[in-house]
Design a binder for this molecule. Structure first.
Ligand code: OSB
Ligand code: MG
Length: 368
C-alpha cells in the first residue's frame, strides 16, 4: 500500500488512580496516537512512550519528533509499504523502537483491515481469550495497598504484580501474600530500582513464593541479573533489558532471565515481539505480555499477541476500567479473569475519534 498521510494526536487520559513505580508517579497518561491514511484504508497505532523518559530513553515528544522528521519521510518515500518490510525500511534510524512500533501498529492495522484479517489471526493466535493479571503501583500505605489488591481479587484478576523499590518490598509483599493465601499467583516488578549490592536483601523475597521478580537492575546490566538468578530461588524476568530478539537470546543463554516480559512497544513492534516469542518458545522460556497503560487501541493488539501459544503466564493486559473511566475504544471488560481476543479485521476495535479530538492536548499534526 501507499501511505498518503499520517496524523499525530496527543491525548490526555486521566488515570482512575495514580500509578506509582520506582521511577515516578503518573496521574494522567499522555498518549501519542498515529492515524494513518493509505490508498487501501486507514489504521491507528498507539505509542507506548511516557511523557518523561523514566521507563526508557524514549518519551512522547521525542517519539513525535523522530516520527515527523525521520520515520514518516521513509514511509512516504516507499512506493509499496508492507508491515513485514518495516524493520528494513526503518533501519536507517537507530533505536527509537517505541516510535517505530507505533507506526508499525498503524501500518498493520490498515493492511489487515484492508484484507479482512484480524491481528490475532495474522500474528498466530491459538486462543480466543487470555488470562489477565494486574500491575499494582506503589501505595501511600500498606492498608491502601491491601484495599486496592482486594478490589482486583474481587474483580477476578488471575495474577497480582506489585511494584517494589528499596523501602517498599518485603513488608508489602508479605502482607499481600498473607491476604491472597499461599496458592495465588503473585510477582514483583522493581523497574531497575536495585543494584548488585542488594542481592542478599532481594533473596529474602524467596520466602514469599513469588512467580518471578521483574527487572531489579539497570537495563544494560545483564551480568548482575545472571548473578542474582544464581543466588535466589525466585525466577528472574527481564523487561526493560529486552529490546530485541538478539538481546533476548543472549540474556536467556547467559542465564539472566528464565521468563520474558514481551512489550511490543519496547522491541519495535508486533512482528519483533512475535520473533522474541518464537525464540523463547524454541528455548522453553515462558513469556507474558507486558503493558504500558495502553488505551483500547494498544490493548486490542496486545490481547491478540497474548493469545499466541508461548504466552503461558497471565499478562499485564488488564480491563479498561483498571486504567480509564472511559476508553478510546469500546471497553475491554474482564470475564472470569480473562479478556476476549478481538476477532474483527485489524485491531478489531473502533477508535472513538470524537474523544481523540475532545481530549486532544494540542491541535493534531498532519504529515503528508
Ligand atoms: O514495568 O511493566 C512495567 C507501566 C508503565 C511502564 C512500565 C511498566 C508498567 C506497568 C503497567 O507495570 C502495566 C499495565 O497495566 O499496563
Ligand atoms: Mg516491568
Amino acid at each position: 500500500m501507499k501511505v498518503e498521510s499520517i496524523t499525530l494526536h496527543r491525548v490526555g487520559m486521566p488515570l482512575v488512580r495514580p500509578f506509582e513505580t520506582s521511577f515516578g508517579r503518573e496521574t494522567e497518561r499522555v498518549v501519542l496516537l498515529v492515524h494513518l491514511v493509505t490508498d487501501v484504508g486507514e489504521g491507528w497505532g498507539e505509542c507506548v512512550a511516557g511523557k518523561t523518559p523514566g521507563y526508557s530513553s524514549e518519551y512522547v515528544e521525542g517519539c513525535a519528533h523522530v516520527i515527523e522528521h525521520h520515520l514518516a519521510p521513509l514511509l512516504f518515500r516507499a512506493p509499496h509499504v508492507r508491515a513485514a518490510d518495516l524493520e528494513r525500511l526503518f533501519a536507517p534510524v537507530v533505536g527509537h523502537r517505541m516510535a517505530k512500533a507505533a507506526l508499525e501498529a498503524a501500518v498493520l492495522d490498515a493492511e489487515l483491515r484492508a484484507s479482512g484479517i484480524s491481528f490475532a489471526h495474522y500474528l498466530g493466535a491459538v486462543r480466543t481469550e487470555v488470562d489477565c493479571g494486574v500491575s499494582v503501583g506503589i501505595s501511600p500505605s500498606i492498608d491502601e495497598l491491601l484495599t486496592e489488591v482486594q478490589g482486583y481479587v474481587d474483580a477476578g484478576y488471575r495474577r497480582i504484580k506489585l511494584k517494589i523499590k528499596p523501602g517498599w518490598d518485603f513488608e508489602p509483599v508479605r502482607r499481600v501474600r498473607d491476604l491472597l493465601g499461599p496458592d495465588a499467583a503473585l510477582q514483583v516488578d522493581a523497574n531497575t530500582a536495585y543494584t548488585r549490592e542488594d542481592i542478599a536483601h532481594l533473596s529474602r523475597l524467596d520466602d514469599s513464593g513469588l512467580l518471578l521478580i521483574e527487572q531489579p537492575f539497570d537495563e544494560e546490566d545483564i551480568a548482575s541479573h545472571v548473578v542474582l538468578a544464581q543466588a535466589i530461588e525466585t525466577p528472574v524476568c527481564l523487561d526493560e533489558s529486552i529490546v530485541s530478539v538478539g538481546v533476548a537470546i543472549d540474556a536467556i543463554d547467559r542465564g539472566a532471565t528464565s521468563i520474558v516480559n514481551i512489550k511490543p512497544g519496547r522491541v519495535g513492534g508486533y512482528l519483533p515481539a512475535v520473533a522474541i516469542h518464537d525464540a523463547c518458545r524454541a528455548r522453553g522460556i515462558p513469556v507474558w505480555c507486558g503493558g504500558m497503560l495502553e488505551t483500547g487501541i494498544g490493548r486490542a493488539m496486545n490481547v491478540a499477541l497474548a493469545a499466541l501459544p508461548g504466552f503461558t503466564l497471565p499478562g499485564d493486559t488488564s480491563a479498561s476500567d483498571r486504567y480509564y473511566a472511559e476508553d478510546l475504544t469500546e471497553p475491554f471488560v474482564l470475564d472470569d479473569g480473562r479478556l476476549a481476543v478481538p476477532t474483527g479485521p485489524g485491531s478489531g476495535v473502533t477508535v472513538r475519534t470524537e474523544l481523540v479530538r475532545e481530549w486532544g492536548l494540542q491541535p493534531p499534526v498532519l504529515l503528508t
